[in-house]
Design a protein around this ligand. Structure first.
Ligand SMILES: C[S@@+](CC[C@H](N)C(=O)[O-])C[C@H]1O[C@@H](n2cnc3c(N)ncnc32)[C@H](O)[C@@H]1O
Length: 431
């Protein structure tokens, strides 16, 4: 039997209720707004995967090139037994981390977490098929409400890739990071992918491709409302808009009404009108600078221990550990020193702008494959092992099939729209 389990953390009907609440609040607000998590029904997830293959959409390629170069070092530094991926999607790039952790001999389980159930189960099924012996638990959850972290395992590496964190507004981002930090223990680590500020033309093109795939993805949110709420949105009566907000340093995706129109949403007993040219914001995608990533992580109680960018400086990947002092300077119960073992002993202590790979200067690799690394704290662990965090637990608790019952509860209650129950976990068994 394939070692795949599917689990739900949220009460029955929670997501349906959240969609109704978000539609009502967002469509009656001025200006109108919808949260981007509702893009991702089955079709939305497929469209996103198409986007990742577009010429204009550099983030996936850039992040993959970083992971390809740095996964071994991340695996050696974290020695993670459990890889938890928030907003996993197709978990495609994740295989680089799975391979590296398997190669390091530490990997025992993979826990992809996503709100898009069909895509999640399909991705988890594929991973389970490709990695015999790996315990895979697909967790259907909204990570703003319930992180879905397995509690019974040690040395967890939580990864949040694809720049998805940029879809959270600053306050949501801070709450999300604090919530995650509060759930991490010594020996855990957090790998975060952040898209970086760059030429606005490059950014806008990534969100407004010539083939119109992103436009279809954007309009799909209307089809989601039609299907879930019996709404009568005509996606063709809206046009896709992508713009760069230089002040906020984020891309906004909007849907602009091409005509005056009235839309009915029977399931929530709501009628809304759109004026010609009126816009509905469907996504922000914040772009970062390294200092901001470090500052936001620090404010949440993380210490950034590693930072890599691709050769063109388009995308950043940071590896963090729980800081010795939690948020607001409170002393936490965890250690904050990061320890990495350099994968290439000849390189030694990395300096700003170090590059990973065979040639320390990266001269033997094409530009797109060059990866820059800096701010990595190196400290060999006991007996030549490397450790993240001074107080990492020893011991060897097995992460077996029953660990799913220990998925942590109520991780982010109150983050997004107030506490909606502490979160309930139900293992719905093998698939
Ligand atoms: C931009 S895609 C990134 C997918 C993948 N991690 C990657 O790097 O290509 C965002 C993913 O996060 C999921 N997602 C968005 N908001 C979420 C939320 N609040 N809770 C759980 N998953 C969410 C979506 O379903 C989608 O699979």
């Amino acid at each position: 039997m394939t070692a795949l389990r599917v689990a739900r953390c949220l009460p029955d009907g929670f997501l349906a209720g959240a969609l109704r609440a978000d539609a009502r609040a967002g469509l009656t607000a001025t200006p109108k707004v919808l949260p981007p998590k509702w893009f991702y029904d089955e079709r939305g997830s497929e469209l996103f995967e198409k986007i990742t293959r577009l010429d204009e959409y550099y983030p996936t390629r850039a992040e993959r090139s970083i992971l390809r170069a740095a996964a071994g070092q991340i695996a050696a530094g974290t020695r993670a037994r459990t890889l938890v991926e928030l907003g996993a999607g197709a978990a495609d790039k994740t295989r680089l981390l799975l391979d590296a952790l398997a190669g390091a001999g530490t990997l025992a389980s993979f826990v992809p977490v996503d709100v898009s159930e069909t895509a999640l189960i399909e991705a988890a099924r594929r991973v389970a098929g490709e990695y015999p012996g790996l315990a895979v638990t697909a967790v259907v959850s909204d990570f703003e409400e319930h992180l879905g972290l397995p509690s019974g395992s040690e040395a967890r590496l939580v990864v949040f890739l694809g720049g998805t964190i940029g879809n959270l507004l600053p306050g949501q981002r801070a709450a999300f990071l604090r919530s995650l930090r509060s759930r991490l223990r010594p020996g855990d680590a957090f790998l975060l992918g952040t898209d970086l500020v760059k030429d606005p033309a490059v950014l806008v093109a990534a969100y407004d491709d010539a083939a119109g795939v992103t436009a279809a993805f954007n309009k799909n949110i209307l089809s989601v409302l039609n299907a879930a709420l019996g709404a009568d949105f005509d996606p063709d009566a809206f046009e896709h808009v992508a713009l760069w907000d230089a002040g906020a340093e984020w891309i906004e995706m909007r849907l602009r009404s091409l005509q005056p129109q009235r839309v009915t949403l029977p399931a929530i007993d709501l009628q809304v009108t759109f004026g010609e040219g009126e816009e509905l914001r469907t996504e922000v995608s914040a772009k970062f600078r390294r200092e901001r990533v470090a500052a936001e992580l620090a404010a949440a109680g993380f210490t950034m221990a590693g930072w890599w960018t691709d050769g063109q400086g388009r995308f950043g990947l940071s590896l963090s550990v729980p800081a010795e002092r939690g948020p607001h300077g409170r002393r936490g119960s965890v250690a904050g020193r990061a320890a990495f073992h350099p994968p290439h002993p000849g390189i030694g202590e990395p300096q700003l702008g170090d590059q990973l790979g065979g040639d320390p200067l990266g001269r033997d690799r094409p530009a797109a494959e060059q990866v820059h690394r800096d701010q990595v704290l190196l400290r060999p662990g006991v007996n030549g092992q490397v450790r993240l965090g001074q107080d990492q637990h020893q011991g060897n608790r097995t992460v077996g099939e029953d660990h799913v019952a220990g998925v942590e509860h109520g991780a982010a209650a109150g983050l997004h729209r107030g506490a909606r129950g502490g979160g309930q976990f139900r293992d719905i068994g093998h698939r």
